[in-house]
Design a protein around this ligand. Structure first.
Ligand SMILES: Cc1cc2nc3c(=O)[nH]c(=O)nc-3n(C[C@H](O)[C@H](O)[C@H](O)COP(=O)(O)OP(=O)(O)OC[C@H]3O[C@@H](n4cnc5c(N)ncnc54)[C@H](O)[C@@H]3O)c2cc1C
Length: 239
């Protein structure tokens, strides 16, 4: 188990962004976009959160927690914690880094996936990729603008318009206008609420031979605590 101390906390546009220091080199730049398991100090309940930023010079990482307004242990802790508080974490776990050799990239996700998606966009930018970036994000205009301002104005970036909605087909509907076109090397990255990821998973099973690379994962499930979501998620690997 690792320990971290909160150095900064910013609550803005639906996120609680916490920068925390850790001992030694337990987290390094190569862990960007990977994840840690935040651990509740009393119940030892574990929750997954992406590593949004790393600063090796002062041994800090930034974790961006969605302020989802429900009673979850991690969200409640993130709302209540203060600068100087200590917390425990496990990990890091690896980033879902996709190939840098595609023509067209499709990033689909909700706010829980914003940190990981931003890391993938930065990797592509750093690689001087000229690929087209199609981005479908579930969140308010302000949240998207705040989080992705550096990327959405790039000439090769296309922000797909999407309203926050309960429609489970929301990502499939966004992607369907593209997947019939076989003229480009396509790469898909999709992570969000489980019921919205499941139809994508089914679609991807049908068309996976047309994708050069893919990452598809459910990050949480509406109405369920993470331990319950994880049981369901295990079943999805059979799809
Ligand atoms: C690889 C990976 C990376 C992730 N990265 C991040 C990240 O960077 N930031 C982040 O905030 N989350 C991230 N998540 C998702 C996060 O682990 C879950 O949202 C988790 O369930 C939150 O825990 P909790 O204790 O707040 O709520 P839980 O106790 O798990 O759930 C309590 C209630 O809140 C609801 N709930 C949980 N999450 C949300 C949500 N996002 N929106 C609306 N309702 C919700 C549940 O459905 C339930 O009704 C990631 C998950 C994975 C697998």
């Amino acid at each position: 188990m690792n320990k971290a101390i909160i150095k900064n906390k910013i609550q803005v546009n639906g996120f609680i962004s916490i920068t925390a220091s850790f001992e030694g080199d337990v987290i390094t730049n190569k862990d960007l976009g990977g994840y840690v398991k935040w651990v509740d100090s009393i119940s030892e309940t574990k929750r997954t959160v992406s590593i949004s930023k790393v600063d090796e010079t002062d041994s800090t990482m930034t974790l961006d927690f969605v302020d989802h307004g429900r009673e979850g242990k991690m969200a409640t802790w993130a709302r209540d914690c203060k600068i100087g508080d200590e917390f425990q974490f496990m990990g890091p776990g690896p980033a879902a880094n996709i190939s840098l050799n595609g023509d067209d990239y499709y990033f689909l996700g909700d706010r829980t996936a914003f940190p990981a998606i931003r890391v993938q966009l930065e990797r592509l930018l750093q690689s001087q990729s000229k690929a087209n970036l199609y981005i479908g994000l579930e969140g308010s205009k302000e949240e998207i603008q705040h989080y992705f301002s550096k990327y959405i104005s790039l000439p090769n970036t296309h922000l797909l318009s999407m309203n926050e909605s309960d429609d489970q087909m929301v990502f499939v509907n966004l992607f369907e206008e593209f997947f019939n076109d076989t003229s480009s090397e396509k790469i898909l990255w999709c992570a969000a609420e489980r019921n919205k990821v499941l139809p994508m998973r089914k679609l991807v099973k049908e068309i996976q031979s047309e994708l050069v690379d893919k990452y598809i994962s459910s990050y949480w499930q509406n109405g369920l605590k993470d331990e319950e979501h994880k049981k369901n998620k295990k079943l999805d690997s059979a799809i």
